[in-house]
Every structure is written in structure tokens, then in C-alpha cells.
Design a protein around this ligand. Structure first.
Ligand SMILES: [Fe+2]
Length: 204
């Protein structure tokens, strides 16, 4: 794996919102991490933890992400998964991957990743964003590690452009309230838990 860092001109809240809704992969990352609207069309299962939320999203009989194809994933129908904990105050621990559709176990063509991302405010509306992406195949191939790193950096740049634009719109004080949508279930649960913990710390 290779670690990375970027800085955001946006509040950590907006980055958390983004990381709790991977339906954005279909649109923000169409040509990098996504590749299909099936991701957004599949509802994630959300479990509430004592210190965060756990999301499970599986897409069956789909297409691989463009960056999967570039490192040897099968082009045919594949199953994809994203299982992660998002923990207070802002740590994401992700197990994800792609495998030939309908297969189980350690099979040829499976690509398996572990990712850790951690965010912390650097100011009221600026944020440090730390990340790493590990792979469990071709461990002796530094080119794969570097290629994955560059793919992730490119994709996170797509997130940052979108999230910094959100921040600019919010700061312009348009008379438009935030509205929750069905894909915001994890955000809502996480924000409630986060608010409760903030409140109990403030009153301690
Ligand atoms: Fe993203």
C-alpha cells in the first residue's frame, strides 16, 4: 500500500456525508471507481455501531470499475462489494473488491482491497484528508501499488471538486434547505450519534 494526503477547502461534515453514501460512485466516479449506475441503484444495508455505522453494499452481475479493468479484472459480469465501518470522529475502514460473477473464495480474477481514510478539521471550513489503499494481489509488483495510488488520487480529486463546490453553494446562503433522501439513511444515523456524543462531551 501507499499512503496519501490531500487538503480540502470544505467542512469535514461534507466529506463525512460523501463517505457515507457510495451511490456517488456511479456519478462522481463514473470513469474511475464507478463504471455503472447499478451501484447507486443498490441500497446499502446500514448497521448502527456504538461508535459509528457499518455499511454493506453488494452489486451482482455488474461491470468492473474502469480502474479494475486497468489492473486485470475480468470485463465480463462481475460481483462487487463495499463493506465498511465509518467511526467517530471520522475514520473509514473499508473492505472492497471485485470477482467474477457468482464465484466464491479466492478465485482467479478477484481483486481485493483494504482502504483506510481519516479526516480531521484543520479549520472551521477546511479539512485534512489522510488515506491509503492496500491490495492483496501481485504483492511484489510495485507498479500495481503505484497505479492504484494514482487511481485513488485521481478519484479523490473528483470528490474534492464536488465537495468544495457544495461548500461554496452552502456559503452563498441560498434560501434552499437541506433535504434528506432515501440514500441518506447512513448519514442521518451517523449525524444523530455524532450529535449525541458531542452533547454528552459538552455537558461532562
Ligand atoms: Fe468518492
Amino acid at each position: 500500500m501507499k499512503p496519501g494526503y490531500m487538503h480540502y477547502d470544505a467542512s469535514h461534515d461534507l466529506i463525512t456525508d460523501n463517505l457515507l453514501d457510495f451511490s456517488h460512485l456511479s456519478f462522481v466516479h463514473e470513469k474511475s471507481l464507478g463504471g455503472t449506475t447499478q451501484i447507486a441503484e443498490t441500497r446499502a444495508h446500514v448497521d448502527l455501531l456504538s461508535n459509528g455505522v457499518r455499511l454493506t453494499r453488494r452489486v451482482h452481475g455488474s461491470v468492473p470499475a474502469p480502474y479494475h479493468v486497468s489492473i486485470g479484472a475480468p470485463r465480463g459480469p462481475v460481483d462487487r462489494w463495499w463493506i465498511y465501518d465509518y467511526l467517530i470522529p471520522g475514520v473509514l475502514l473499508l473492505d472492497s473488491g471485485v470477482r467474477p460473477a457468482g464465484t466464491t473464495g479466492d478465485v482467479e480474477g478477484m481483486l481485493h482491497f483494504h482502504s483506510c481514510q481519516a479526516i480531521t478539521p484543520s479549520g472551521p471550513k477546511t479539512t485534512h484528508y489522510f488515506f491509503m489503499q492496500a491490495h492483496s494481489f501481485k504483492l511484489d509488483d510495485a507498479d500495481i501499488t503505484e497505479h492504484l495510488y494514482q487511481s485513488v488520487v485521481g478519484a479523490f480529486g473528483e470528490d474534492r471538486r464536488m465537495i468544495e463546490a457544495q461548500q461554496a453553494i452552502i456559503d452563498s446562503n441560498l434560501p434552499a434547505p437541506m433535504l434528506g433522501l432515501p440514500m441518506d439513511a447512513a448519514l442521518a444515523q451517523y449525524r444523530r450519534l455524532y450529535g449525541r456524543i458531542l452533547q454528552s462531551e459538552a455537558s461532562a
